[in-house]
Each structure stands twice: as C-alpha cells, then as structure tokens.
Design a protein around this ligand. Structure first.
Ligand code: MG
Length: 252
C-alpha cells in the first residue's frame, strides 16, 4: 500500500534529508587514500548523532554496520571494515538516518584520490542518470517514466543498470511501497501515477559490464557485487512528489 505524506511529515523528512546530506558532506571532505571504510563510517555516524539522528541501517534485517560502504566491484550493502582505501578506488557510500521517526536515504559514489577516466565516466553517468530520473518526478507522470529515464540514459552511455535491487518508497519505514526499479523492460504489472505526497528513494546502480550480480557473505551478511567484477556506481536521493513537480529532500 502506498502511503502519501502530509505537509507536516514532509517537513520532518526534509530535516532528516538535511542530516543525511550533511553526513555525506563530512565524508566527502574527509575521504582520501589511506582511510579505512570504518573511518568513513565514524565520520558519518558522528555527524548523524550530533545532529540528533541515528543510523537507519544498523541491525536492519541484521546489517552489521551503521552505513554501507561498497568498494569498486561491490554494488551495495558493503560493510565498513579495516580495508584501506587506495588511490584510484571508488567507494559507494549509502547513508540512511532516522530523525524524529522518519528516514532520509542518500548514496554517492566517491572517487578516492585520482581515479581513471573510465571510472570517472561511470560515476558521471550514474549521477546524471539519477538526475534524469528525478526530472521525471511530476504528478503528470507514472513511476515507469522515472525508471525509463534512468535506464535510457545509463544504457545510452554504454553501461548497464542493476535489476535485482531497486529504489523504494520511504517514510517512517525505510522500505515502503512502491518499488522504484531502474529499468522498464521485463513488463510492468504495476505502474502507479506519481501523486503529491509520495516520497521515494531513487537509486540507480550502474555497472561498467554486465547488470548481473553475485553475493558474497561477510560477517554473516550478503554483500552484492558485479558478476564480472567490473566497477559499479550507486547514487541515490530521497525525493518528494509535489503539486508542481518534485523536491529533493536529501540536500543541505
Ligand atoms: Mg535506499
């Protein structure tokens, strides 16, 4: 069931979104070769807690970390560890905060030091595919318009989009209806109109090679990686449908 939010609820979600965006800014300013992914987690967690929020990910379905850090061929659900980031790595940082009972969810793939041109092209394509999807969020449109915009941009740049994992409605719960796929082929049984008050986390996962994924178990948890071990990127914003179009809630 799709739960639309009141104006008051969206006001709180905007605050939650600002906390997540602030945590990302702190990570972005600190990130450099030699830091561990646990260091990134501490930076993000300190920011969230100081702002009055808490991690929405810790213990979610048993997730052992406070944020997700997925390096290179890891797509999503990577666990912060003692792994040191090296020059040329890319790290997808996904941060979810619970603030005053509501969730803000945002992901960015960051370059570590100087990265290759190929890696930068992938990051740009994933970020722009998210922007193209967000542009379609409007009460005149359906959910598939968002999905189509993401897929056609990413594939037009020569990349693939992950199928098995999708964006989602968000509110008091991290994963609410509807699912927000990043592709349209395969048939849609369900394609809701984007009504004002709907809040969705849009999160393309874009791969250099195949869209197919594998899972590897770490600390009893499934980390998702590309089947061909090529690079992957992940960008996400929490977006509200408004009367006029949309508002990105995860920004400063
Ligand atoms: Mg999400």
């Amino acid at each position: 069931m799709i739960k639309r939010k009141s104006r008051e609820e969206i006001d709180i979600m905007r605050e939650a979104g600002r906390v997540v965006a602030g945590a990302h800014k702190a990570v972005e300013e600190a990130i450099r070769p030699g830091l561990t992914t646990l260091d990134l987690e501490k930076i993000a967690l300190d920011f969230m807690v100081n702002a009055g929020g808490e991690s929405a990910f810790k213990n979610y379905r048993g997730f052992p970390g406070y944020i997700c850090t997925s390096v290179n061929e890891e797509i999503v659900h990577g666990i912060p560890s003692k792994r040191r980031l090296a020059e040329g790595d890319v790290v997808s940082v996904d941060i979810g905060v619970r603030f005053k009972g509501y969730i803000g969810d945002m992901a960015v793939t960051y370059p570590v030091g100087q990265i290759s041109e190929d890696a930068q092209r992938l990051l740009d394509a994933c970020r722009i595919s998210l922007e193209q999807g967000i542009e379609k969020v409007h009460p005149d449109h359906h959910l598939s318009d968002v999905s189509r915009a993401i897929q056609s941009y990413a594939e037009g740049q020569g990349y693939s989009v992950v199928r098995e994992y999708t964006g989602h409605g968000v509110g008091r719960e991290m994963h609410e209806d509807p699912q927000v796929p990043n592709y349209v082929n395969g048939g849609w049984g369900f394609d809701p109109k984007l009504k004002p008050g709907l809040v969705i986390a849009i999160e393309p996962m874009v791969n250099c090679g195949t869209h197919e994924t594998d899972r590897i178990v770490r600390q009893g948890w499934d980390v998702v990686i590309t089947r061909d071990r090529k690079l992957s990127a992940h960008f996400e914003h929490t977006v509200a449908v408004t009367e006029e179009g949309h508002e990105v809630l995860t920004q400063l």
